[in-house]
Design a protein around this ligand. Sequence first.
Ligand code: MV4
Length: 449
Amino acid sequence: MFKKILIANRGEIALRVIRTCREMGIKTVAVYSTADRDSLHVRFADEAVCIGPPISKDSYLNIPRIISAAEITNADAIHPGYGFLSENDEFSRVCQEYGIKFIGASPEMIQKMGDKATAKATMIAAGVPCILGSDGLLDSIEQGVEIAKEIGYPVILKATAGGGGRGMRIVHDESGFKKAWDDARQESGAAFGNDGLYLEKFVEEPRHVEIQIVGDSFGNVSHLSERDCSIQRRHQKLIEETPSPAVNKALRDKMGAAAVKGAKAIKYEGAGTVEFLVDKHSNFYFMEMNTRIQVEHPITEEVTEFDLIKEQIKAAAGVEVSGDHYYPKLYAMECRINAEDPVNGFRPSPGKITNLHMPGGHGVRVDSHVYAGYTIPPNYDSMIAKLIVSGQSRDEVLTRMKRALQEFVIEGIKTTIPFHIHMMDDEQFKSGNFTTKFLDDFDFSQLRD
Ligand code: MV4
């Protein structure tokens, strides 16, 4: 087992990794930018190394500085958390070259799953259901128009280097094809330095349902059931829950088996997530695979009793996993508490937390790095806490979540708490019958007090 892990991240996920390392008897090294001097991850780690200024490319994204920090502290592994360098194939490769175990995917795996057209082709070959579309990248706009004619509109153009919705355009008819093509090319070229596009039939009003998997170096892959992440705004998830209101045991078995089949085909090791779209007829289709721990992993932990960070560390250390599947024993939901103003377009609201009270009690978990008197720097993403609630039924979780949200006091900044309180009383949300479009026509001005 590793003796010392460097955490190449900040905020709640850095703290989350430190907590598991402490329980496993593994020493920790925090790295931090000058904006994060007063962060809890710096205080809770056994050692801490300042790696640069607030701007991410000179600190949390700076590979030489992070490797140097690992070298001088003698860390034998690096946990990248999510975001930052967690799906950076070059970082995974440099760790390898320096004999430091990267607690994440191999450089080849990151590359293969990071290129969405390649990932899709790989899953098709493995027999995982995928959406009808182009056979890999489109060579020309004419080829795209031709394929769209065959499969029928609407279609969607997707950037192969994309993810998070960037470089994506829906096309409703042939007359709109050229503009969509030009826009998607331009946007993906600018954002990723890669303007390769592929095409798919557009699935209207789907749900986003993802399967958590864990693989080992012996070829075993377990799945830990699904998370429903349909409640999102501009590709930012706001609420996640498990089990999904749209998934019964039969569908869970099918989706779980498909995710495991795909992961086995690529000899996947460690924790990963296979994302699917689920349509109104309960057909499911592979979308993307994430080769990292995800923000919303705690809801799976609450319903399966696994510590997913521990599973990641074990898999990286060469420990065998069961190759079994695990069903939810409970219901769990996560509300992302962001330092954003939901009545003003979710505008970031950094600044000092003048007063803070975190909720508690039965079935309530808060993963957060903030404390009373802490100043949220403007340089990083605005998530300041994850409120995770579990219970015996979805109804119990909804009422418990509302209670916990009402207990939550954060003063000095705006947060997404009022939005979440509203959602716990929203009839459509409560019914469980919603899709990824739910927030598209949501009136956020009604949250004004
Ligand atoms: C789709 C789709 C409908 N049809 N693909 C959004 C981000 C990227 N991961 C893929 N996405 C979508 N792909 C086809 N063929 C709809 C979306 C989509 C979406 C997916 C999951 C969660 C929220 C979403 C919001 C808008 C569009």
